[in-house]
Design a protein around this ligand. Structure first.
Ligand code: HEC
Length: 180
């Protein structure tokens, strides 16, 4: 009798921990927000090494283009086909050297005319596990709202499909604007 209860208890504990474990594993497998960006390190980078970017939190950055986005750069001005994805890796700036890895900046081209106010680009800041950054009540993804400031600055180059490429481009555009 006593022994039976003991075995029963062991059984409950083991079964409970197994199902609990399975539950956690399932949660970890939930798809990330930006599954499509996960292979960015296999894409072509426009930089041979990280460069300093004042406009992205004064971090060091390195930009990667998926094969469709590469096509977009073949014309002048640039014109990116839907499905183009641009991912910008970033690191904390340690006296000009790449320190701790920071966020990923993402632009993904959607269907023509789907979000003209955002240049038909989807904008996001991603954590290193490919989820939208949530900070101070903001969620950094979408076609406006908390990512409106991305669009506002990049729209300086709306004639080049919102693509900068280099930090110098921003300075040029600011100067042009002042002259107008
Ligand atoms: C004040 C202007 C400014 C703001 C704000 C800004 N960017 Fe940029 N962005 C640039 C400039 C300049 C470059 C090119 C140099 C570089 O890589 O930093 C760039 C580059 C990029 C690139 C690589 C493609 C390209 O155009 O060169 C991505 C992706 C990107 N930004 C995403 C974002 C996202 C997402 C946000 C908002 C969370 C954002 N940016 C906010 C100016 C800005």
């Amino acid at each position: 009798m006593w022994f039976g209860a003991f075995v029963g208890l062991i059984f409950l504990v083991v079964a409970g921990s197994l199902s609990g474990g399975a539950g956690i594993a399932k949660g970890a497998e939930a798809p990330a927000d930006f599954e499509y960006a996960k292979s960015y390190k296999n894409w072509t980078s426009i930089h041979s090494q990280p460069i300093y970017s004042k406009s992205h939190g004064r971090r060091l950055v390195r930009t990667y283009l998926n094969p469709l986005a590469e096509k977009g750069l073949k014309t002048v001005p640039a014109k990116f086909p839907p499905g183009s994805i641009i991912v910008k890796d970033s690191w904390v700036n340690r006296n000009g050297k790449a320190g701790k890895r920071a966020y990923l900046f993402i632009m993904k081209k959607e269907a023509a005319g789907s979000n003209p106010q955002a240049g038909d680009w989807f904008w996001a800041i991603s954590t290193l596990d490919f989820r939208a950054l949530k900070w101070k009540g903001k969620t950094f993804q979408g076609y406006g709202g908390d990512v409106q400031y991305c669009i506002k600055c990049h729209s300086l180059l709306d004639a080049n499909d919102y693509y900068f490429g280099t930090p110098e481009k921003l300075e040029e555009e600011k100067k042009k604007k002042k002259k107008k």
